[in-house]
Design a protein around this ligand. Structure first.
Ligand SMILES: [Zn+2]
Length: 120
């Protein structure tokens, strides 16, 4: 197994204090549902936020060896940072609201952008 190491995380404060981290393969993520900001922002806005912070948008969904195109900025929690909500690109299937499974990052170039503190 490939476990996360804190030293691997890469922070950046270039964009209005936004933080981005590189997720190692093996990192587990889970969709976050019902965040208020999901309603106030459209999917396109989250994709734009991600592209602004990271500088590009990947072709493919980075979880579970998925081969579908990444089209949504999915809101996820990361297993070592349960209190925050992060955005990673995902396909329509893995970003679906009924998907409550923990998914494993399988693309070693995956970068997550910090969105907000999780609402509980
Ligand atoms: Zn997928």
């Amino acid at each position: 197994m490939d476990f996360y190491s804190r030293r691997e995380l890469q922070h950046s404060n270039e964009m209005e204090g936004a933080t981005k981290v590189k997720l190692r393969t093996g990192t587990e993520v889970q969709n976050v549902r019902g965040t208020t900001s999901c309603r106030s922002f459209g999917y396109d806005s989250w994709k734009q936020l991600y592209e602004g912070a990271v500088g590009n948008w990947p072709d493919f969904c980075p979880v579970d060896y998925c081969t579908r195109n990444a089209i949504y900025g999915a809101h996820v929690r990361v297993h070592f940072n349960r209190g925050g909500v992060w955005i990673i690109p995902m396909c329509a299937k893995h970003n679906h609201y009924t998907n409550n499974d923990w998914m494993t990052i399988t693309d070693s170039n995956t970068i997550a952008v910090y969105a907000e503190k999780e609402h509980t």
